[in-house]
Structures are given as C-alpha cells and as structure tokens.
Design a binder for this molecule. Structure first.
Ligand SMILES: Cc1cc2nc3c(=O)[nH]c(=O)nc-3n(C[C@H](O)[C@H](O)[C@H](O)COP(=O)(O)OP(=O)(O)OC[C@H]3O[C@@H](n4cnc5c(N)ncnc54)[C@H](O)[C@@H]3O)c2cc1C
Length: 363
C-alpha cells in the first residue's frame, strides 16, 4: 500500500505512528513544504526569549526515518500544488523554489496540512522564515514602548502575559469579546483578567478592530465604534486559516477546511482520502483535540482502509475543556476535563518553559 501524508507537523507525525503500528509494510511518503517541524506552542515565550528558537525545530526527514526505519519511509521536501483524486495522484513543487515538479501516486492519502497564522506563530513557510519572523517581532518588541495585542483567545492572552512580564512596556489586549478567554466560565475569565491586570496589562473588552495600519513604524488601530488608537507595535492573534489552496473546492467547507464525515474520511473519496489535525472542518484547531479526540478515530478509520477491519469510531469530542493558558512564567489558568487547574499546576505543566523541554516528544 502506498500511503502519502501531506504535512510535516504534529498530525503527520502521529499519522506515521498509527500507520506503522497497523501495517509494517506500508510504503509511507511524507510531503512537507518545510524541512523542519515547529513546536509553535512555545511561540508566545519565543517572542521574548528568541534564543530558545534553537530548541523548537526538528528535521522532518530525521523523524520520518526514526519512526519508519532506514530506507523504509520517504520524505519529500516540497509543496503540494494539486491533487487529482480520480487518478490518485498529486503534483508537488519540489524544494523551496518549487521550480521542479514531481507527480506522486497514492493508494491512501492523508491530508495534514494544518493552518497558518501571524508569521512566527505557525510554520507558514520555511522554518528559517518562521524563526526570522520571531526574531523580527522580538526586535520590534524591544524597541516599542506601547504594544497592542489583538485577540482575547489563548494566543492573545499568552502573548499579552509574556509582554506584561517584561514590566517595561505599556501593553493593551483587545479581546474583541466580553472578556479574555470568553469561552470559559466566569471564574476563569475573571482570574484571567486579574492575572493580566496584575502584570500591568490593560484589558479592553467589547470593541473590535476594523483596520490596522502601519506607517513609518507607528501603528493605528481603527475600531468598529469609530474610535482609534496609536501604538508602537500591534500584534495580531486573531486565529488561523487552513492550508488547503491545493484542494478542489468540492472537498472543502465554506471556510476552506477539509470536509469529512465523523470518521475523518474526505467526502466523496471515503475509500482513499483522510484528513487529520487542524485542517479538519469538524476539528477544534488544537493539539489537545487531536491527541485526545481525533487519534483514536483516525486509527480506526486507517485500520478499516488498510486491513479492511471494521471497528468504526466516530469523532465525538468531549464537551469538557482541557487547556492550560500561561499568563507569564508564574502561572495562568487551566482546565482538565472541565475541572479547574490550580495556578501552580499550570505553572508546572506549561508556564515555566512553555513545554519547550518536551517539544521533541511531539515529532
Ligand atoms: C500561537 C499558538 C499556540 C498554540 N498553542 C497550543 C497549545 O498550547 N495547545 C494546543 O492544544 N494547541 C495549541 N495550538 C494549536 C496547534 O498549533 C495546532 O492545533 C497544531 O499546529 C495543528 O497541527 P497540524 O499538524 O494539524 O498542522 P500544522 O501544525 O499547521 O502543520 C501543517 C504542516 O503542513 C505543511 N504544509 C502546509 N501546506 C502544505 C502544502 N501545500 N504542501 C506540503 N506541506 C504543507 C506545513 O509545512 C506543516 O508542516 C496553538 C496554536 C497557535 C497559533
């Protein structure tokens, strides 16, 4: 069986583990536009400690070889430009310049091309460009006195917390909502506001930015209530966009995510194409969701395709949230299966080093 995995990040890594555990003889090819995976979870800390960048990138070729054994798997450094589902063939632009094209055939295709975001927060292009984006942002942070963070979800709160911990900047976070982390209960949202405020971060709720412009190093935000504000730097943490421009719109939802059934089989191509990770229309755009809700479903569906065994599992994410959101090095807010995580636990599991010491275990 020729199995081709698109993407070289968290989901691709877990997909290899599952495929090789089910079929040792599968010929696995991983196609990734970046030669290295990126532990982007740590990006809010990297913004203020860019010297740690050397600990967050991992060679895809190396982990593909480690997982599959020498000479067994194949890594192709290239960008998928088109998929012909009828011919079961994809077209790849090789290397960073993509000048040379290669066609690759598959029996089973796994789409794990994830999402993109503000440069530096995700692996939008090459890993060198990602590292450069973090260094450039760090330089701007160093020079700025006033910084606005746009976005009140986990990334916005984490970035505001890191900047606040510097104690030398006037930091404002615009949540665009009723509170930071507004999807959590009142106890947690109040704690988030309190912790940010303690760090000197001003929390502004309810107004949303309409436009953000930069001229000669000065930034202006115009808000939907007609007001505006000027800053030395604006950092946007407003969400992610799926990496699916190479796919026909017939397999995408109206937001551009891959449309699948609840077993992650791609609609119209259920016998040969699966998706996993952030790119899934029905997923939650988190690693926690992938690890705890998606992987067992994916494993059952791959088993069905590879071995024709029926052990169908359907995606049914737990309604109880699990997350840990650092707000500076000293703690943060968190939930484990819906139960509150004390500050010291958030500090131990994440805030101390943003899990950089465990980054490698993801790949
Ligand atoms: C700042 C930030 C912090 C986060 N922190 C957390 C956290 O603490 N906990 C948590 O659970 N989640 C967190 N997340 C979410 C987490 O980053 C995503 O859930 C995760 O990255 C999804 O992994 P993935 O493998 O599906 O895709 P991605 O990590 O997006 O990787 C996509 C891969 O596909 C490759 N690719 C893209 N297009 C192509 C193409 N055309 N051809 C070939 N290859 C391609 C890319 O190079 C990359 O290797 C965070 C997100 C952000 C932005």
């Amino acid at each position: 069986m020729k199995v081709v995995i698109l993407g070289g990040s968290y989901a691709a890594s877990r997909a290899i583990d599952i495929i090789s555990s089910l079929d040792k003889d599968a010929q696995v090819t991983v196609v990734s536009q970046s030669t290295h995976s990126y532990f982007n979870v740590a990006s809010p800390r990297l913004l203020i400690e860019p010297e740690k960048l050397e600990k967050v990138f991992f060679s895809v070729e190396q982990w593909v070889t480690q997982k599959l054994g020498e000479g067994k798997g194949k890594f192709v450094h290239g960008t998928v430009e088109a998929v012909d589902f009828g011919a079961k063939e994809l077209s790849v632009g090789l290397g960073d310049d993509r000048a040379t094209k290669e066609s690759i055939q598959y029996d089973i295709l796994i789409i794990a091309t994830g999402t993109r975001s503000t440069p530096g927060f995700k692996l939008n292009d090459t890993h060198e460009e990602t590292a450069d984006a973090i260094r450039a942002l760090n330089q701007k942070v160093t020079k700025a006195n006033s910084i606005a963070v746009i976005g009140g979800n986990a990334t916005g709160v984490e970035v505001a917390g890191e900047l606040g911990s510097l104690k030398t900047k006037k930091v404002t976070v615009y949540t665009g909502s009723s509170s930071p982390l507004s999807f959590l209960d009142e106890k947690r949202t109040n704690a988030t506001t309190e912790k940010l405020t303690k760090l000197g971060v001003k929390v502004v709720n309810e107004i949303r930015s309409r436009s953000i412009t930069e001229k000669d190093g000065k930034w202006t935000i115009e808000f939907d209530d007609g007001t505006s504000a000027d800053y030395d730097l604006v950092i946007e943490a407003t969400g992610v966009t799926p990496n699916t421009s190479f796919l026909d719109s017939s397999v995408l939802d109206d937001r551009g995510y891959v449309a699948t059934d609840k077993s992650f089989a791609v609609k119209g191509h259920e016998d040969s194409v699966l998706a996993l990770g952030d790119v899934l229309s029905i997923g939650q755009n988190t690693l926690v969701d992938m690890k705890y809700n998606q992987l067992e479903v994916f494993k059952a569906t791959v088993a069905k395709l590879l071995k024709k065994v029926t052990q169908e599992k359907l995606y049914d994410p737990s309604p109880s949230a699990t997350l840990a959101v650092p707000i500076s090095r000293s703690g943060g807010v968190g939930l484990l299966n819906g139960w509150g995580m004390p500050n010291f636990v958030v500090r131990l599991v994440k805030s101390r080093d943003f899990m950089i010491s465990q980054a490698k275990t993801n790949f």
